[in-house]
Write a protein that binds this ligand. Structure first.
Ligand code: HEM
Length: 519
C-alpha cells in the first residue's frame, strides 16, 4: 500500500512538472530538436555519463547539423542554440540577452564582470573599460617581456635533444605571472605562500570546469557532498586569505599616501613592485610605470561616489586571473603546436621577428607589438581552429525575437564557437586547414563579423582581448626567437576536450632545438 502511495505521489509530481514545463517551454515547441529524444531525459543522457572528450564530440556533432537554430532538452528543460551568425549577433548584442546562465555562478565570483548580473555588470564594465586602454596595456609590455624571458630560462633548463616538452607547462606559469603582476603588483609571486596560492588557483579552476561540464554536479545539494567541493573550499580559503592581505595592504598604502597629501595615486601612491623597468619618457602611448589593476580598482569611484567594496575588488581580481590566465596560456600553446606542425609558417614568422627585432638586444615595444602583423594572423588562425573559449552562454532578462521565435525572459542560450569557426559557408571548403592568410584584410572583408568570435562579441565581449593578444605575441615570439619547435602530433588527429577552456586531449608534445637567429 505504502509503495502504491509513493508511486502515485511520484507520478503526480512528475505529471505536474511535465505540465509546467510544457507551458513554460511552449515557446520552443517549433524550434528544431536534437534527435534522438529519450523519454523523461530528453537529450540529457547523450551528454551525461560521458568524459569531456565525448561531450566535446557530441556537442559539435549537433551544432554542425543545424544551420540556424535548434534546441537541446535536458529532461524537461530546453536550452536554445543559435548557430547562424545573424542570430548569434542578435544574442550577443541585445541587452535582453546580456545576462549569464547559472553555471557561471559556480565560479563564485559574484560581481566580477564575467558572472555579474546585468545591472551590476553594466555599471562596473563602464568603469573598468578604461583600465584596458592602449596606454595602460602598453605600460604592461616590460612585464610581459620579463615574464617571457623567465619562461625561456625555464625551457632552457628543461630542454634536451629528443626530449618531449609539454609546452603548456611553460606558457602556463608565464601567463599566470603576467596576470598576477599586472593585476596585483610585481612582487605578488615572491610572497610567502605563493606556491600554495598557485596550486589553489589551479584546483579552484579545475573543479569549476569539472562541475560546469558534469550536469550531475550542478545541484548545490549534490556538489556539497563531494570531495571536489571540500578541496575547492579549502583552496578558496587559502587563496582568499592570500589576496585579502594584499588588498588590505594596498588600501593602507593608499590611505597613507592620501594622508600625506599625494594626489597622483595612479602613478605614485604605492609601490607596484614593477618599478624596476626603464622609464619610457618619450613614449606618449605609455605610462612611466605599469598601471596595476588593483591600484585602479582602489581609486575608481562608483556612481554613488563610494569605492568598490573589498568583496567587489576581490571578485574583479579573481575574475581577471580566472578569465585571463588559463585562456591565454592554452591559446599560446595551441598556436605553438600549429606552428610546430607547419614549419613553413614558422619560418615566415621567424623572418618577421628578425625584421622587427634585428639584434639580440632588441626588445618588444609598443611599436614592435603593433607591427607584428603576421604573428597576429597566426594567433587569430589558431583561435579560429582551436578557440579556448569554445562554448559560452547567455540568459534572457526580457523577450528576445530570433527568427519567428520569441524567447521569453529566463531562458538559456548556448553558443558553440568551435563549430561556428569551422562552418564551410563562412570559411570555405578548406575550413579545417591552418592558413593564417585567411586573416589578410582582403580575405576578411566580406566575412560575416559574427562568424569569428574567439573573444565573444557585443558589449559583453572579452575586456582583455588586446591584453591577451599582446601577451600571446610576446610568448610565441620569445619561444620562436630562441627555439625551433617541432612535434610528433599529427594535425589530422588532434583531439580536443573541455576543461574550463578547450584543451587538447593529451599534452602539447613539443621538441625544442636552439635557434641561432642572429648567427
Ligand atoms: C586567449 C585569451 C582569451 C580568450 C580566448 C578570452 C575569451 C573570452 C570570452 C569568449 C569571453 C566571453 C565569455 C562569456 O560571455 O561567457 C571573455 C570574457 C572576459 N574576459 Fe577574456 N579571454 C581571454 C583573455 C582574457 C584576459 C587576458 C583577460 C584579463 C586580463 C580577460 C578578461 C575577461 C573578462 C573580465 C571577461 C568578462 C567580460 C564581461 O562580461 O564584461 N580575458 N573572454
Amino acid at each position: 500500500m505504502a509503495l502504491l502511495i509513493t508511486l502515485a505521489l511520484l507520478g503526480g509530481i512528475w505529471l505536474a512538472l511535465y505540465i509546467y514545463c510544457r507551458i513554460r517551454f511552449g515557446f520552443a515547441r517549433n524550434i528544431p530538436e536534437v534527435e534522438p529524444l529519450r523519454f523523461f531525459f530528453g537529450n540529457g543522457l547523450d551528454f551525461a555519463q560521458k568524459n569531456s572528450y565525448e561531450i566535446f564530440v557530441s556537442i559539435n556533432r549537433v551544432f554542425r547539423e543545424y544551420k540556424r537554430i535548434f534546441k537541446i532538452s535536458f529532461g524537461p528543460i530546453k536550452v536554445i542554440c543559435p548557430t547562424h551568425p545573424d542570430l548569434i549577433q542578435k544574442v550577443l548584442c541585445n541587452s535582453a540577452s546580456m545576462d549569464k546562465p547559472y553555471v557561471y555562478d559556480f565560479t563564485r565570483m559574484g560581481s566580477g564582470l564575467l558572472t555579474a548580473p546585468y545591472d551590476t555588470w553594466k555599471v562596473h564594465r563602464k568603469l573598468l573599460n578604461p583600465t584596458f586602454n592602449t596606454r595602460i596595456l602598453n605600460s604592461f609590455i616590460p612585464i610581459f617581456n620579463d615574464c617571457a624571458d623567465k619562461m625561456i630560462e625555464s625551457i632552457k633548463e628543461h630542454a634536451a635533444p629528443g626530449k618531449v616538452l609539454n609546452i603548456l607547462e611553460f606558457t602556463s606559469p608565464c601567463t599566470l605571472a603576467m596576470i598576477c603582476r599586472t593585476s596585483l603588483g610585481g612582487k605578488v609571486l615572491e610572497r610567502e605562500g605563493t606556491q600554495k596560492f598557485v596550486e589553489g588557483l589551479e584546483i579552484i579552476l579545475s573543479n569549476v570546469g569539472l562541475r560546469m561540464f558534469n550536469a550531475n554536479l550542478h545541484p548545490d545539494i549534490v556538489y556539497r557532498f563531494t570531495r571536489f567541493y571540500r578541496k575547492e573550499m579549502e583552496s578558496r580559503k587559502f587563496c582568499y586569505a592570500f589576496t585579502d592581505k594584499i588588498i588590505v595592504e594596498k588600501q593602507q598604502e593608499l590611505a597613507e599616501a592620501k594622508a600625506k597629501g599625494k594626489q597622483d595615486t595612479n602613478n605614485n601612491a604605492n609601490d607596484s613592485g614593477n618599478d624596476n623597468f626603464e622609464e619610457e619618457e618619450d613614449d606618449l602611448l605609455s605610462y612611466k610605470k605599469p598601471q596595476i589593476f588593483i591600484d585602479q580598482l582602489l581609486t575608481i569611484p562608483l556612481p554613488d561616489g563610494k569605492p568598490f567594496s573589498h568583496k567587489e575588488i576581490s571578485d574583479h581580481i579573481y575574475t581577471m586571473i580566472a578569465a585571463g590566465n588559463e585562456t591565454s596560456a592554452t591559446q599560446a600553446a595551441h598556436t605553438l603546436m600549429y606552428l610546430a606542425m607547419h614549419p613553413e609558417v614558422q619560418e615566415k614568422a621567424v623572418k618577421e621577428i628578425k625584421e622587427l627585432l634585428p639584434t639580440p638586444e632588441s626588445t618588444i615595444t609598443s611599436e614592435v607589438m603593433k607591427n607584428m602583423v603576421y604573428m597576429e594572423r597566426i594567433i587569430k588562425e589558431s583561435q579560429r581552429l582551436a578557440p579556448v573559449a569554445a562554448v559560452y552562454g547567455r540568459k534572457t532578462i526580457a523577450d528576445l525575437q530570433l527568427d519567428q521565435f520569441t524567447i521569453p525572459k529566463g531562458n538559456i542560450f548556448v553558443l558553440n564557437i568551435f563549430a561556428l569557426h569551422r562552418r564551410k559557408e563562412y570559411w570555405g571548403e578548406d575550413a579545417d586547414l591552418f592558413n593564417p592568410d585567411r586573416f589578410l584584410p582582403e580575405n576578411s572583408k566580406n566575412r560575416h563579423l559574427f562568424a569569428y568570435l574567439p573573444f565573444s562579441g557585443g558589449n559583453r565581449g572579452c575586456i582583455g582581448n588586446r591584453y591577451a593578444m599582446m601577451s600571446m605575441k610576446t610568448i610565441v615570439t620569445a619561444i620562436l626567437r630562441n627555439f625551433k619547435i617541432t612535434t610528433d602530433l599529427q594535425y589530422e588527429k588532434i583531439e580536443f576536450k573541455f576543461k574550463v577552456s578547450m584543451h587538447l586531449s593529451g599534452p602539447h608534445r613539443t621538441f625544442v632545438e636552439p635557434r641561432n637567429l642572429y648567427g
